[in-house]
Design a protein around this ligand. Structure first.
Ligand SMILES: NC(=O)c1ccc[n+]([C@@H]2O[C@H](COP(=O)([O-])OP(=O)(O)OC[C@H]3O[C@@H](n4cnc5c(N)ncnc54)[C@H](O)[C@@H]3O)[C@@H](O)[C@H]2O)c1
Length: 331
C-alpha cells in the first residue's frame, strides 16, 4: 500500500512514518518544514511542499499516486490560533481543501484525518463520546471541525472513504529514542515539564488554578504517541476491509490534572523544580477525557502504553538525548 503522509516531519507524523517503515509500507512525506524537521523522517522520501501550493501538491500526487493519505499537516497551537485565527483557517482548512482536490485528481481512495478533542469545546459529559455536541472554543478547534465537515461532504459527493480520529493530548516519544517531540515554542504540558526538569526552562507555569476540577487545574487525557499511531494503522486496515467512513476518539479514558502531571515528571526525573501560577489561557477548557470505546470495539485498537509514568519517561529520555545534540536543541 502506498501512503502519503502530510506533516510527516512533525511530532506525531514522524512517529507514524517510523511505524509505517517498520511495517514495510511505501511512504512519501509532504511537509513544508514550518515546524517539522527533515532528520525526523526515518523512512521513505520527504518532499518539502506546502499544502497551500496546490500546483506543487498536485504534481506530487500525480507522480506518487498514493492509495491512502494520512493528513497530519496543520497549525496546532491553541493560544496562537486565538491571536491569529486567519492563519489557522487558511492553513488547516484551505490546506485540507487542496489535499482533497489533489486526492481526487490522483484517484486516492482513503483518508485518515487528524482531528482533535478541541472540537468538543467544553464538553457536557466526561468522558466525551463521538456523538456528543461539538462546539469549539478556539479557532484551532473550529478549523479542525470545519475540515471534518469538508471531508464528510466531499466523501458523500465523491465516494472517498475516511476515518476521522479525534486525538486527546498526545505525549511521549519513540521508546527506542530515535525521535520525539521538538517545538520552537513548546506549549504542551509534558514537553514543557520535561524541559524544566532538564534545566532548559527555568520554572514551570500552571495556567489557571480555579477550574472546576478536583485540584483546580485543567484535566486532560494523555495518550502515548505510539499508541495513537497504532490507531492509524487500525484505521487503514478498517478502511481497506470495507469499513464505513466514521469518526473515533483516541485517548485512554483517564484524566490527569496539570498538578498530577507535574508531580509525575518530578518523580520520574528525580528533580524538584519551581512551579508558578499564571492566569488561565484563553481557549482552554477545564477537562477533556475521551470515551474511546468505539475505537477499541470497531477499529480493534489495542493500546499498550496506558501509563503516565511511561509516557513521561519516554519524553524525558528523548529530551535528555536530544538536548545534547545541537541540531535538536532549539530552546
Ligand atoms: N499534539 C497533540 O496533542 C494533538 C492533539 C490533537 C490533534 N493533533 C493533530 O495532530 C496533527 C499533528 O500534530 P503535531 O503535534 O505532530 O504537530 P507538529 O506541528 O509537530 O506537526 C505538524 C506538521 O505539519 C507541517 N505543516 C503545517 N502546515 C503545513 C502546510 N501548510 N503544508 C505542509 N506541511 C505543513 C509542519 O511543518 C509540521 O511538520 C495536527 O493535525 C494536530 O492538529 C495533535
Amino acid at each position: 500500500m502506498r501512503l502519503l503522509v502530510t506533516g510527516g516531519a512533525g511530532y506525531i507524523g514522524s512517529h507514524m512514518v517510523k511505524l509505517l517503515g517498520d511495517k514495510a509500507y511505501e511512504t512519501l512525506t509532504v511537509d513544508n518544514l514550518s515546524e517539522g524537521n527533515p532528520w525526523a523522517v526515518l523512512h521513505g522520501e520527504l518532499r518539502v511542499v506546502d499544502l497551500l501550493n496546490y500546483k506543487a501538491l498536485e504534481e506530487v500526487f500525480l507522480e506518487f499516486k498514493p492509495d491512502a493519505v494520512i493528513h497530519f499537516a496543520a497549525k496546532v497551537k491553541v493560544p496562537e490560533s486565538v491571536k491569529k485565527p486567519l492563519l489557522y483557517y487558511e492553513n488547516n482548512l484551505l490546506g485540507t481543501v487542496n489535499l482533497l482536490h489533489a486526492m481526487q485528481r490522483s484517484g486516492t481512495r482513503y483518508l485518515v484525518f487528524s482531528s482533535t478533542a478541541a472540537v468538543y469545546g467544553i464538553p457536557e459529559n466526561i468522558p466525551v463520546k463521538e456523538e456528543d455536541p461539538t462546539n469549539p472554543i478556539n479557532p484551532y478547534g473550529w478549523s479542525k471541525l470545519f475540515a471534518e465537515r469538508v471531508i464528510k461532504d466531499f466523501s458523500y459527493a465523491s465516494g472517498l472513504k475516511y476515518v476521522i480520529l479525534r486525538y486527546f493530548n498526545v505525549a511521549g516519544a519513540d521508546p527506542e529514542g530515535k525521535i520525539g517531540q521538538v517545538s520552537k515554542e513548546p506549549t504542551h504540558l509534558i514537553l514543557r515539564a520535561v524541559k524544566v526538569a532538564t534545566g532548559q526552562i527555568p520554572y514551570m507555569e500552571v495556567f489557571g488554578k480555579d477550574y472546576p476540577t478536583h485540584d483546580g487545574t485543567g484535566v486532560r487525557d494523555y495518550v502515548h504517541v505510539v499508541d495513537l499511531c497504532e490507531a492509524h494503522l487500525k484505521a487503514l486496515d478498517y478502511l481497506r476491509e470495507g469499513g464505513k467512513s466514521d469518526v473515533f476518539n483516541v485517548g485512554y479514558g483517564r484524566g490527569y490534572s496539570v498538578l498530577e502531571v507535574i508531580q509525575k515528571v518530578k518523580e520520574v526525573s528525580g528533580k524538584d523544580f519551581e512551579v508558578r501560577y499564571a492566569p488561565r489561557r484563553e481557549g482552554d477548557p477545564p477537562a477533556l477525557v475521551a470515551d474511546s470505546g468505539k475505537a477499541v470495539k470497531v477499529l480493534k485498537w489495542e493500546p499498550k502504553y496506558d501509563d503516565l509514568g511511561f509516557i513521561v519517561k519516554t519524553a524525558l529520555n528523548w529530551e535528555i538525548q536530544s538536548s545534547k545534540v545541537s541540531c535538536y536543541n532549539i530552546v
